[in-house]
Design a protein around this ligand. Structure first.
Ligand code: EPU
Length: 339
């Protein structure tokens, strides 16, 4: 039986922790309850928001609709041989706990994605990535519930159309499906990915002699903890902006004026620019205005020190966008979903 609450404070369901309310709030922990929610939605005809870990969104005002928390739990081994394992997780599982479960069982492939906030169900939505690995590298399939028809559809990798922080669930199928489970193809013969600069240095600093996925996971945890604010202590949603991709011609002009610009040439000739570098070079890093600001160790991350409003944080992001546009002629895009 689902239970609908009214005027519910939802601050604690998001990692930014801004004080807002939802007109209605409910949750489901299996497909049956999700069906109940869906039939309710049909009657209500209201705006809805499916919430996982609440780690990639910012509310700028009270939510005038129904917020629905995905609580589907459970981890299941689908198949297992000497080489690889197919493992299925309920969408409502916490991502980092799932990573630790895999690392502790010697299932390799997602150790570089340790300590990313959020839920398993949200991970394919924006093809989460860090330290040289993206979800799409280990993704097998997912199950999603179509809200309008109640059908459960299996999506394979191609059908998700993954890109940099992108999938069909953010685009053509936005608000149409609820991801209920995700299946990953992990390996028992790890291919260690340590080429991402910071990892090697951290493994050395840790004194690791024999490489293991546990060591890599610990290195990533150390790096992330030193650079990124812990949402339990300081409200934030990770990178607020995406790293922009620009044309080679624009880059060649830019580098003349800004020879230090942090950049990654892409195989197709375009160039990805580190948005953190752009924002940092304009002096925003560590800037604090009252209860909110830009994180002191990573300019891509906007933070809420206490009870700042989502509107204030949003306005700060607009100021940053404008200043980057003015100096570098680059339009940054927000990575965080704004409501
Ligand atoms: N940089 C600065 N100043 C800053 C931040 C970065 O100069 O304040 C420079 C760094 O020195 C480096 C470059 O920018 O040369 C890139 O920085 P970093 O390696 O920290 O990675 P990032 O591009 O800032 C991305 C992801 C992170 C992910 C890291 C590690 C995006 C938008 N962000 O950050 O993802 O953890 O790489 O792989 O792609 C997230 O999405 O929430 C997130 C935290």
């Amino acid at each position: 039986m689902i239970h609908i609450q009214h005027n519910k404070a939802i601050k604690n369901y998001t990692t930014f922790g801004v004080p807002v309310k939802a007109k209605k709030f409910t949750q489901f922990s299996d497909i049956q309850e999700l069906k109940e929610v869906a039939s309710h939605l049909e009657v209500l005809d209201e705006e809805m928001l499916i919430l996982g870990g609440g780690s990639n969104l910012l509310f700028t005002k009270d939510f005038d609709g129904v917020v629905i928390l995905n609580q589907i739990k459970g981890i299941e081994i689908i198949s297992d041989n000497n080489e690889e394992v197919l493992i299925k997780s309920g969408a409502g599982e916490n991502w980092h706990e799932f990573v630790l479960y895999c690392v502790d069982n010697d299932y390799a492939g997602i150790e570089n994605l340790s300590l990313i906030p959020g839920s398993v169900g949200a991970s394919p939505m924006q093809n989460i990535g860090a330290y040289g690995v993206e979800i799409k590298d280990v993704f097998h399939s997912l199950e999603a519930f179509h809200i309008e028809t109640g059908e459960v559809r299996v999506f394979n990798k191609e059908e998700c159309n993954f890109g940099y922080r992108e999938s069909v669930f953010k685009n053509i199928y936005k608000d149409q499906y609820v991801i209920t489970s995700v299946t990953f193809l992990l390996t028992k013969k790890p291919i260690f990915k340590t080429s991402y600069g910071a990892i090697k240095a951290e493994l050395e600093a840790m004194g690791v002699e024999e490489l293991s996925i546990k060591a890599i996971s610990n290195a990533v945890i150390n790096i992330r903890s030193s650079k990124l604010p812990n949402p339990k202590e300081i409200g934030n949603a990770g990178s607020f902006f995406k790293n922009p991709v620009i044309k080679k011609e624009q880059f060649d002009e830019l580098i003349k004026n800004f020879p230090e610009i942090a950049n990654y040439p892409l195989p197709n000739g375009d160039v990805k620019i580190a948005a953190g570098w752009l924002i940092d070079s304009l002096g925003w890093k560590g800037k604090r205005i009252g209860d909110y600001g830009v994180h002191k160790n990573q300019a891509l991350v906007l933070v809420n020190y206490g009870n700042s409003s989502g509107g204030d944080i949003y306005n700060l992001s607009t100021d940053i966008l404008n200043s980057v546009k003015q100096t570098f002629g680059i339009e940054l895009e927000r990575e965080v979903n704004i409501f």
